[in-house]
Design a protein around this ligand. Structure first.
Ligand SMILES: [Zn+2]
Ligand SMILES: [Zn+2]
Length: 789
């Protein structure tokens, strides 16, 4: 009796461990990365083999139901990357492995053995006998024979008697039958004549569905023509291609002296085929994109793949278009509007190395590119790289780990690097490269801060101060364009009762409702709860309700009142929920069909509008009041970024910031575009308060519908964590989370500050001790959080 073989399988469920299953006798043992069908409780799930298990007590183990892949579809570095993600972020392994597998709903990929024509099927060889009636999957063959046929198959293959091929492509692509004219034939009947005529007009070749689309009766005529040999049918692979990208300028630009200087070490690093990391600090308009592309060309020339990460595809149309024009068919763009089928096709194009340049947001860091040579993380400081649901990974940090595993070059690019990245560069972990000159004739825009307190005292409109209104009017006269930033969507930020002072709050969350559509609709920005705006106060039934605070909708209204001739559009998340609307609005603005674009931080990203000569920031203080340690950093980044949108071509730019806090360092230093000074100032604050990058952070949120239960669980957990800290980290809390109630659940927070490895292992042990290894109910663990709200 041979020893039973046991494998560990990660299942796609929120459980903290992989499970062991035994491999039925006679089956091939599946290797790491192979998908298997396994029993799990009362259901069957598709899991992934994570490795061979130490054969311990096996009697009680369940058996695999089916092996779905002959070989792993996932490359070893990506398997390691998924394992790292699970370990680093304390995330369920099944959820992490799902990131590297083909999109859900994929059929299996299998090796198929078939006998060749040369084989005499009367052979008494058991493998050939089994293949007598047609091709068989190798795993089925193994089951029929009751033993592993690998060795026998190998010999038969060498003898040319059996062919083994992967069904990979059949699983990955849709096939379309194509009809083509084979011989000249005299048609019999009208239908045949029509078909042959259609084929001739199409140049002798046409896809069957198109050929018979409007007249299904032609189908029978086609079959007869095929029988007569007049028409031949063959299969053509079809890739559902997402909406065609319009090409931008494809030509290579001659690098400026500044670009040449940074290109030199980057190209050398790619040529060295070993891991290295760079921080490319380049101000807006300094030509980072061209640097990325030239380095990408070097990687492609070496036969290696290129991954280009952007915070959000819809907001970086320029970069995506330029890449599509430059690299043509080799590009695969992964964006959130792809259909399931398109996503699936792109996965296989990438896996099969047909697409060598992959552009995508956060999750594309796990794209199945074999042999990756270059990873670029553009705008590396963006919060969008952090996934806010489990697994809570940060794509920039994952990119660095992947670069190490693949022996690739990693380039982090930003005009305002995150404090983490800049600190790492100063420590020598990354090589720092600087692009400090703007391409083109213009220098940086002139920036002015308008003190809104003074404007308010004089009774001016709180939305548009006279200075901003005048600047806008001038732009209209000159036929130039303006961007107006307000990082708050909606009409009003809250509804207040004038009699008792109560705010209208969401029934599910402890946040005030935002008013939309001119104040008629009340919406919770956290859970999506939407109602008609109440007509009376919920507490005192008072009817004198007042709208306070304002968002983008209100800015549009103020603009239309002040400048009735201006053509105005709005760009924010509300608009983005309509498919294609962001791209349409941006394109209209680019074509000059709009004068002013009002929007949230979405307008501050990678657009280049040559006719924009004014950027107005309606309320520069929006982010500063948030109870988050990154509030100042985010504000600095956003203001620097949006200011960079003014005056990018021949025209000089002007920036007006309206603020109640005109002396705040984040504002002053953004105006001066002085990154170094901001870094020094902010690092001092982080060091004093013990925030990243001075110390690592882990944020724990415990949720429960029962407030007492959440509080008790948190208190017990905090106690355990304190007991095992040994001075390596501090435990803050438990305390009510800043969002104390969300989606009807109470939220209690514990914050750990200190050394990351110690915090992670203490936390893992504490959670395992308390909840076991299966489920950690109602607990969100966020290692290296971007936001602690
Ligand atoms: Zn009231
Ligand atoms: Zn809510």
């Amino acid at each position: 009796m041979p020893a039973a073989r046991v494998v560990n399988v990660a299942v796609p469920l929120p459980v903290q461990t992989a499970f062991s299953y035994s491999v039925p006798p006679g089956w091939l043992e599946p290797e790491r990365g192979v998908r298997v069908l396994v029993p799990f409780g009362s259901r069957r799930v598709v899991g992934m083999v994570t490795g061979r298990a130490e054969a311990a007590e096996q009697r009680s183990l369940k058996e695999l139901i089916e092996i779905l892949d002959e070989a792993s579809l996932v490359t070893p570095p990506l398997l390691d990357l998924a394992a790292w993600t699970s370990d680093h972020y304390l995330a369920p392994p099944g959820e992490c492995y799902r990131l590297v597998l083909p999109p859900a709903g994929i059929r299996a990929s299998r090796a198929v053995a078939r006998a060749t024509a040369a084989t005499t099927l009367a052979s008494d060889d058991p493998v050939l006998a089994a293949l007598r009636d047609g091709p068989l999957r190798v795993s089925t063959l193994a089951r029929r024979l009751g033993r592993d046929p690998t060795a026998r198959l190998a010999r038969l293959r060498r003898e040319g008697r059996v062919v083994v091929e992967q069904e990979l492509k059949a699983a990955g692509f849709r096939h379309v039958r194509v009809a083509s004219l084979a011989t000249i034939a005299a048609p019999r009947g009208v239908a045949q004549a029509e078909l042959l005529e259609r084929l001739r007009r199409a140049g002798g070749r046409m896809r069957v569905p198109e050929l018979v689309r409007d007249r299904p009766s032609l189908r029978a005529a086609l079959d007869r023509l095929v029988e007569q040999g007049a028409v031949r049918l063959e299969e053509e692979r079809s890739v559902r291609s997402p909406a065609r990208l319009e090409g931008g300028a494809a030509e290579r630009m001659l690098p400026s002296p500044d670009q040449t200087r940074v290109l030199e070490p980057l190209l050398a690093a790619v040529s060295a085929r070993a891991f290295s990391a760079f921080l490319l600090h380049g101000i807006t308009g300094s030509g980072k994109t061209e640097v990325y592309f030239q380095v990408a060309e070097r990687a492609l020339a070496q036969g290696r793949g290129v991954l280009l990460l952007v915070p959000e595809i819809a907001l970086t149309p320029l970069l995506v278009r330029a890449a599509a024009a430059r690299f043509g068919e080799a590009v695969s763009v992964l964006h959130s509007e792809l259909s399931a089928g398109e996503r699936h096709d792109q996965w296989w194009r990438i896996r099969e190395a047909e697409a060598r340049v992959v552009i995508g947001a956060r999750s594309a860091v796990y794209a199945p590119l074999p042999d990756l040579g270059l990873l670029v993380v553009d705008e590396e400081h963006e919060a969008a790289y952090k996934q806010e649901e489990s697994p809570r990974y940060h794509a920039r940090d994952v990119a660095l780990v992947r670069g190490r595993l693949e022996g690739a070059t990693v380039v982090l690019g930003s005009a305002t690097p995150s404090l983490e990245s800049h600190a790492n560069a100063l420590k020598g972990k990354y090589t720092r490269l600087v692009l400090s000159a703007r391409i083109g004739p213009r220098g940086l825009p002139r920036v002015e801060i308008v003190d809104r307190r003074a404007a308010l005292k004089s009774g001016a409109d709180p939305v548009l101060t006279p200075a901003l209104r005048e600047a806008l009017a001038t732009r209209l006269e000159r036929g130039e364009q303006a961007l107006l930033l307000l990082n708050r969507r909606g009409y009003a930020t809250s509804l207040l009762c004038r009699e008792c002072g109560l705010q209208a709050v969401c029934p599910n969350c402890s946040v005030s409702l935002t008013l939309h559509r001119g104040g008629r609709v009340a919406l919770c920005h956290y859970c999506g709860h939407e109602t008609r705006a109440p007509a009376a106060c919920a507490a005192c039934r008072g009817e004198y309700l007042r709208l306070t605070g304002y968002g983008t909708e209100r800015v549009v209204e103020a603009l239309e009142a002040a400048l009735p001739r201006a053509r105005v559009a709005r760009l924010d998340r509300d608009l983005a929920s309509r498919r294609g609307e962001v791209a349409r609005t941006l394109a209209a603005f680019e074509r000059g069909e709009l004068d002013v674009l009002v929007g949230t931080q979405m307008i501050a990203k990678g657009h280049d509008f040559p006719r924009v000569t004014l950027v107005g920031v309606v309320d520069a203080d929006v982010g500063l009041g948030l109870p988050d340690f990154r509030a100042a950093e985010r504000t600095f980044q956003l203001l620097t970024q949006v200011a960079g949108r003014a005056g990018r071509a021949e025209l000089a730019g002007e920036v007006i910031l309206q603020s109640h806090l005109p002396d705040h360092y984040a504002l002053l230093l953004a105006c001066a575009q002085d990154y170094e000074a901001f870094y020094a100032h902010e690092m001092e604050f982080r060091a004093t308060m013990g925030y990243p990058p001075a110390l690592a952070l882990v944020n724990l949120v415990l949720r429960s519908r029962d407030a007492d239960q959440a509080a008790r669980a948190a208190a017990a957990l905090a106690r355990t964590l304190r007991e095992s800290s040994a001075g390596r980290y501090r435990v803050l809390g438990p305390a009510s989370a800043p969002l104390a109630r969300l989606r009807q659940e109470h939220r209690v927070q514990i914050l750990l500050k200190g050394q990351r490895p110690a915090m992670r292992s203490a936390l893992r042990n504490a959670l395992l001790a308390r909840f076991g290894e299966v489920r950690w109910p109602g607990i969100a663990v966020d290692v290296d959080p971007v936001s602690i709200m």
